[in-house]
Design a protein around this ligand. Structure first.
Ligand SMILES: [Fe+2]
Length: 248
């Protein structure tokens, strides 16, 4: 199984605070059956991409000794896009998941400007890269108007939901509704630490299985395997259906 969104690299952002914490998080991933982990520290554009990549390499080197033998780690970034002063296409491509044309985008938690959706559409058209929209269940804009996720999927984006969304009391109805609509393409723990934002992968799988949605779970794994292999994911159109306002 694959975890496509984590903050396990130490001292990069608000994630793991030391290599020891990283080691424990990696061990938890492994014990929960995850064999491929994408390390995706935040990129907020406060430093140059080159500086970020150098720092990320150092952080990766510091934890390689703790990666279980049967596990593969790959690097990427969670890049904030707002629609204003965003990184250039070249910078975004340099921040893609290792050896792929997939980039993990974090969008604003509050209102989205129209220029944001235009920026995403331009990026796809200009580069041929595929955005993966991180933890969509956390965006007010998506909760108020889930059709915007259909729009993003139709543009060619993949939709990522956090494992915790399938467990959280307030969030799970929304997460399962997305799953039913075929609007969950990737899953990630978004693990930051050992306390409140930790590795809850197995628990999420269990919750999805309990709802009789193992086929959907397997579909997500298939999709993520394509992503980490750097292969193109062509989603059948019928999986992307419009649905109305979500009341929560
Ligand atoms: Fe994240």
């Amino acid at each position: 199984m694959i975890d496509l969104h984590t903050h396990i690299l130490p001292n990069m952002d608000d994630g793991a605070s030391s290599a020891q914490v990283s080691a424990q998080l990696l061990q938890m991933e492994f014990e929960q059956g995850v064999t491929q982990v994408a390390l995706t520290p935040h990129y907020y554009g406060r430093r140059s991409v080159d500086e970020f990549l150098t720092k990320r390499k150092k952080a990766l080197d510091s934890i390689m000794q703790y990666v279980p033998k049967e596990m593969k780690v790959i690097v990427g970034a969670e890049v904030l896009l707002t629609g204003v002063n965003d990184p250039t296409d070249d910078a975004l491509c340099a921040l893609a998941i290792e050896n792929t044309k997939y980039v993990l985008f974090e969008l604003p938690f509050q209102r989205w400007r129209e220029s944001l959706l235009e920026r995403i559409a331009d990026f796809i058209e200009e580069t041929g890269y595929t955005p993966i929209i991180a933890h969509v269940e956390r965006y007010v804009e998506a909760l108020k108007n889930p059709s915007v996720l259909t729009y993003l999927a139709e543009l060619g984006c993949l939709i990522q939901v956090n494992a915790s969304a399938f467990l959280d009391k307030r969030m799970k109805r929304f997460a399962f509704a997305l799953l039913k609509k075929g609007l969950v393409h990737c899953i990630g723990t978004d693990a930051h630490n050992l306390e409140n934002r930790t590795v809850d992968y197995a628990e999420a799988k269990c919750a999805i299985e309990k709802k009789g949605m193992l086929a959907e779970w397997n579909g997500i794994q298939w999709c993520m395997q394509k992503v980490v292999n750097g292969e193109r994911v062509l989603l059948p159109c019928k999986t992307v259906r419009k649905f109305g306002t979500w009341y929560f």
